[in-house]
Design a protein around this ligand. Structure first.
Ligand code: FMN
Length: 229
């Protein structure tokens, strides 16, 4: 029996037990399939058109905090900066571009247990790089929802302390609901997600509050990934 089937069987049994007041059979409750997987992969995606800049630094900060939560956690940063790919179209057909070459394979195999999406704030919205990324994720909805049930947190970086970061978080979260991802925020102080500002000079390192929210987001995504893995 596959781990997925085992886990589903446990969840079903637990759900029925909760509804009827029955005790879950101990053999099923002790099923090793409900323990966290050996390796729990959390992928961070930095959606700035600029490689290695403030968004990538912030996402890496969140990933580092996630990794520190448990030795089973592995992280991987996908920095979209400099990559060339377009958004989705209704035919769903694409040639070889950077999304097909570099992004899609990383998201498909091994399947991530958690996802952190970071975008710069562009006019109170997310970047066009982020829009193209979110649209292209549509391929992961078929034949089955690959990202369903995966905890997903959002991080944003703006030039202003209140430049629209929380708006952008909501917009990305709304898009990810189409994947049935499990939307999570951060630990207290970062309940909606991580909100950073670049101190007007491409530098988030002096933004202690924002860095703290990035860490709290990483920790929360890691905790949720461990529970759901
Ligand atoms: C077209 C454009 C629009 C922007 N709009 C906003 C904005 O509405 N609010 C804000 O706080 N910062 C805004 N910014 C600043 C960026 O969010 C900020 O420079 C961010 O750190 C860039 O991320 P990166 O360093 O990863 O490229 C804008 C930048 C650009 C290029």
């Amino acid at each position: 029996m596959s781990k997925d089937v085992n886990r589903r069987a446990f969840m079903n049994a637990a759900g029925i037990a909760a509804a009827t007041g029955l005790v879950v059979p101990s053999a099923l409750a002790a099923d090793e399939a409900v323990k966290p997987a050996d390796k729990v992969l959390i992928i961070g995606v930095a959606c700035s058109p600029r490689k290695g800049k403030t968004t990538a630094t912030a996402v890496q900060t969140a990933l580092d905090a996630a990794k520190a939560v448990n030795s089973s956690i592995e992280t991987h940063l996908i920095d979209l900066g400099g990559m060339v790919f377009s958004g989705m179209n209704a035919s769903g057909e694409f040639g070889e571009d950077d999304f097909q070459r570099f992004v899609l394979p990383k998201l498909r195999e091994p399947k991530p247990a958690g996802l952190i999406i970071g975008s710069p704030v562009y006019f109170r919205n997310f970047s066009s790089t982020c829009m193209a990324f979110l649209e292209r994720l549509a391929v992961l909805r078929k034949p089955s929802l690959l990202l369903a049930g995966i905890p997903m947190g959002v991080l944003t970086v703006g030039a202003y302390r209140n430049g629209g970061q929380e708006l952008v978080i909501s917009q990305i979260q709304a898009a990810m609901l189409c994947h049935e991802a499990v939307i999570v925020g951060g630990k207290p102080g970062a309940h909606q997600g991580a909100t950073l500002w670049n101190n007007y000079n491409d530098d988030i390192t002096k933004d202690e509050f924002g860095i703290d929210t990035a860490k709290k987001l990483g920790i929360r995504v890691a905790e949720a990934a461990l529970k759901l893995a």
